[in-house]
Design a protein around this ligand. Sequence first.
Ligand code: A3P
Length: 303
Amino acid sequence: MDQLKQTVDREAVLNLLQAPNKPPEELLLNYKGILYPGAVCSKELFEALETFEARNDDLLICSSPKCGTNWVFQILSEMVSILKNKETVLDQLTLEFGNLQLFESNKARPSPRIFSTHLRFPTIPKSFFEKNTKILLVIRNPKDAATSYYRFHKSLPALPTYDSWDLFFKDYMHGNVCYGSYFDYVAEWNKHIDGDNVMAITFEEMKTDLLAQLKTISEFYRLPLTEEQLCEVERRTSFASMKQKSEGTHGKLSEAFFRKGQVGDWKNLFTEEQSKEMDEKFQQKLAGTKLGDLLNYEKYCKF
Ligand code: A3P
């Protein structure tokens, strides 16, 4: 298999491209009060996840939607591949996507397994914490995350269609979208961020100095890469390089997952009023918290 091997658990995720011809409310699964994409998530899988057995050497990426999950997955996958002297990249396993068959086959996968998830903190399988699995939390400024999420809804038929940005913005602010409120997501994580096995990184820091972040990530996971190897990972995970490979790694989903990869695109979409509304929400929920500070809101979220 070559470098362009499919890396996403494609069977599950490809369902997002199907247009199921259902009214918007039926596209979503409501499980214990949180909405999920019904095309890829199921109640049975959520129930099975309660007994999921994590391993100490799993690598778990947690993020709210559109904050850079696929980017960080590629980074970890490249790091592991380089250390193992392999040209192939590992499969990206999204904890909450797929069916019971995929769930069962994931149990038998050899280590290290790289999982990603958008599950909210209380729903992450307990075993990750019992096994002291290292967790990388990826966060991004909420204005760009909302912008990216809106565009994502436009490219995936299995997600509800919005006739306008204004309508999406309202739902985003009320947490009326898949995985619920961005602000609650980050606030929940903020209570657990001091654990030894958790490290938070931001999309913006990775954009500013990817190599420095790669060093931090490799130290956190104790992946002993040389300077030269880290430079190789940097080259392979630039936006241009990932976009160019994306037909191979993400197939028909490539356009949806690799759009602009920029910081500040929200300025093309938000009105002054919407920007202020989000500023107030940030102030209420995250200002002065550890993760709120890490987001550097003043720098990235002001006109
Ligand atoms: P945009 O829609 O703003 O372009 P996720 O993987 O969590 O779904 O996040 C998707 C976002 O990450 C998209 O943002 C995508 O373009 C961006 N992205 C993916 N790979 C990237 C890379 N190597 N560098 C910068 N941004 C990247």
